[in-house]
Design a protein around this ligand. Sequence first.
Ligand SMILES: C[C@@H]1O[C@H](OP(=O)(O)OP(=O)(O)OC[C@H]2O[C@@H](n3ccc(=O)[nH]c3=O)[C@H](O)[C@@H]2O)[C@H](O)[C@H](O)[C@H]1O
Length: 472
Amino acid sequence: MAKTDKQLHIAMFPWLAMGHIYPNFELAKIFAQKGHSITLISTPRNIGRLPQVPSHLEHLIKLVSLPILPKHRENLPDNAESSNDITPNQIPYLKMAYDGLQESLSQLLKSSPPDWILYDFASEWLPPLARSLQVQCVFFGISPAWNICFFDTPKAQLGNAAAFRTKPEDYLRPPQWVPFHSNIGLKPYEVKKMFEGISDKETGNTVSFNFNKAVSDCDFFSFRSCNELESEWLNLLAEIYKKPVAPVGVIPPSCQVRVVDEEDNNTEWLKIKSWLDKQQPGSVVYIAFGSELELGQQDLTELALGLELSGLPFFWALKKQRDSSVDLPDGFQDRISDRGVVCKDWVPQLKILAHESIGVYFTHCGPGSVIEGLHFGRVLVMLPYLLDQALFARVLEEKKLGIEIPRNEEDGSFTRNSVAKSLRLALIDVEGSIYREKAKKMGLLFSDKDRHEEYINKFLERLQNNKAPSKN
Ligand SMILES: C[C@@H]1O[C@H](OP(=O)(O)OP(=O)(O)OC[C@H]2O[C@@H](n3ccc(=O)[nH]c3=O)[C@H](O)[C@@H]2O)[C@H](O)[C@H](O)[C@H]1O
């Protein structure tokens, strides 16, 4: 990777969720590879969960742990420091713990001031703090820009044009400030979840995310995204907030900096590979729902029986459930053993998706997973659970890059028949050929290393050109 001119010191302070910290870590390695020094800041347990920094970058990447204050620990489960350690109704307490890091972050920035800090949606207090220390800040979103265009209500920017959004039903459709045609919107069961998710029912504690302040107070915006995916949304964002937008590209696997590839000869991978090698090219459904999601019994049963009904070969990375009472239907594994594998462990997803036997990726639409699936040109079959995942599914369905499993509008339930039908449409039915063609085409754009490296270089150039004069 080519080095960029002036050396920068960049700090990163992602939200307390591994799904946010990992992409920041990948970006840190790419920046360091280009000669910049990075301070990635989180809490001790989250920092401890990160993989090793490659030895040739150790002198450029500093991982800093700021402990959660004891008073904020009290409301969180033991050792919980990330959204995957808690239940959704405990989010208000995680946000309080995150806000509680403000003082120690301020001390850190004072003792070693970076040129820039990349911050996340949950730290609306960070831009004024950074500015008071003459540090410039970038809002860095791990998901596409459409999330802000949809979830924020930009009253401060649009005044009356944004004032209409007052009721939950307003989230069922594109907001009024989206000038182009779009199917973006939440389903009734998702809107319900969104309004329930912001408070703890027992205590009434509410999450105090000030999204509009967080997003509108930056010097400029960046996203793990690209024009090829969402130029219309990136342009709209720049127009609404009157700020520059410089995506870093999708950080595809081919641009990531890996430590030696230990997994190549790992016995677990060799076992998986030997099974995949026996399948026909493009014939297998790969199923994995990221690092956090756990299915309830009803969804797990319908999904398993849908796979069975589809008659398709599949490889299912089903993490061990925290709730041990939730299990696969009786006799399922025996009935599918001639054409399906269920692996209750962490799997090398990139290697599996890269294997030529994979035709379809059945995903929950976590941003990392979507990018990886499209990178290898796989059609996505989508079953989103979180709200950012839901928007991903709506937009990708509209762009014919994926097929969303139809669900009951009121309670979000789905049937085995709809699973089987969607999988067959994605993989073999003639009517599904449009999805297969579009996914292949997007695969070429997503895996274009030069294109995505150019995004990174342009982003870094912007940081270099806007470098605060006092630090030159
Ligand atoms: C805060 C939340 O973080 C979430 O992270 P999650 O882990 O679900 O999803 P991904 O971003 O796809 O990330 C999942 C990552 O885990 C990898 N993987 C997964 C399973 C496995 O067995 N082996 C693997 O290597 C996979 O390759 C991908 O890189 C979502 O973003 C969500 O939308 C966001 O709001």
